[in-house]
Ligand binder design. Structure first.
Ligand code: UDP
Ligand code: MG
Length: 322
């Protein structure tokens, strides 16, 4: 069944992207104008410290189909994406980055697939040879661990946030109440007919990536705690195995004492085993702590983001379908 042309929203989170906005928006507007459908661009300024907000204000005056939400501070990309998804009114919604790594010219291809009934068209990087080896290894390991225990939900590696979502998918994502928003997992969790579109990301147009090792580790911890519980199980399994080992070794020492008498040695054994056991205990407490921290975040029930100002008009309520 072919979907009828209707409306499309581009959702773009921006954090300190002032130097990229002109080129980005010019290319987006040019591409969207070729589609022959009504459109809007929803930009979310995630508390930028540069001129991003000012640029967005100019753009929203010049082109009323460009809308901007200015968040009250930096909430992080996942929250900015949620803000954009909440605000978008199109029947199809495309998420993309502001740094031109995701080419707007790919949108018509995504839209073609959507028109043929696909609900999620996600861009999948052809290769990661542009990334440093530690990031590649870390990513591969992370996805393997993330998908280790989820037979029904597979989170594809190499697929990021550059994707087209049908209105039903957007509504499903909006209905997920969690505050710990690991979007890549949530896309997979909601399901729907998905198809990949191979692409080669371009180099960042201007500025630097906002993700360093620390933020990548923190994002992966969110992903692990949001989508798996096996680290909890693993710490109990580790505990049981070590206890059995300790029990066996204890028995051996007692027998040794009875049969051969006391011998004052074993300093190394004491030090090594104390360090091992306290290490394992701290590790397990850490794993537990990560989950408790997420529970605490959820229980507080704070909003995911706070919008400070709305600029521009975009599509009318209801998606602009006449
Ligand atoms: N971004 C954001 N809030 C943040 C960090 C990043 O909205 O706290 C946006 C950023 O402006 C860009 C996108 O998320 O549009 C991807 O960020 P970046 O290019 O730094 O990430 P990378 O491409 O290195 O994964
Ligand atoms: Mg980027």
């Amino acid at each position: 069944m072919e979907r009828l042309c209707s409306s499309i929203s581009l959702v773009i989170p921006c954090y300190n992207e002032a130097d990229n906005l002109d080129a980005l928006l010019a290319r987006c507007v040019a591409t969207l104008n070729t589609l022959g459908m009504v459109w809007e661009i929803v930009l979310v300024d995630d508390g930028s410290r540069d001129n991003t907000a000012l640029q967005l204000a100019h753009w929203s005056v010049r082109e009323p189909r460009v809308r901007a939400l200015l968040l009250s501070r930096n909430f992080g990309k996942e929250a900015a994406l949620s803000a954009g998804l909440d605000a978008a009114r199109g029947q199809a919604v495309v998420l993309m980055d502001a740094d031109l790594q995701h080419e707007p010219e790919l949108v018509p291809t995504m839209l073609q697939r959507w028109k043929h009934g696909i609900d999620v068209v996600y861009a999948r990087r052809r290769d990661r040879s542009d990334e440093p080896w530690f990031k590649r290894t870390f990513t591969r390991l992370f996805y393997r661990m993330l998908n280790a225990t989820h037979p029904r939900v597979t989170i594809p590696a190499d697929a990021g946030d550059f994707r087209l979502l049908d209105r039903h998918v957007v509504d499903a994502l909006k209905s997920l109440p969690e505050h710990n928003r690991f979007m890549k997992g949530m896309y997979a969790w909601v399901g729907f007919r998905s198809e990949e579109l191979p692409y080669t990301p371009k180099a960042r147009a201007s500025g630097q990536s906002h993700y360093n090792l620390h933020s990548l580790v923190s994002l992966s911890l969110s992903g692990m705690t949001a989508f798996t519980t096996w680290p909890l199980r693993a710490s109990s399994v580790l505990g049981v195995n070590l206890a059995l080992l300790a029990f066996g070794y204890g028995g051996y020492l007692v027998l040794d004492y009875w049969l051969f008498g006391a011998e004052v040695s074993g300093w190394t054994t004491i030090v090594v085993s104390t360090m091992l056991f306290s290490g394992v205990q701290l590790l397990s407490l850490g794993v537990l702590g990560e989950y408790i921290a997420r529970i605490y975040e959820e229980v507080k029930g704070r909003p995911l983001y706070i919008v400070h100002r709305h600029l521009g008009e975009g599509l009318p309520q209801g998606g602009g379908i006449t």
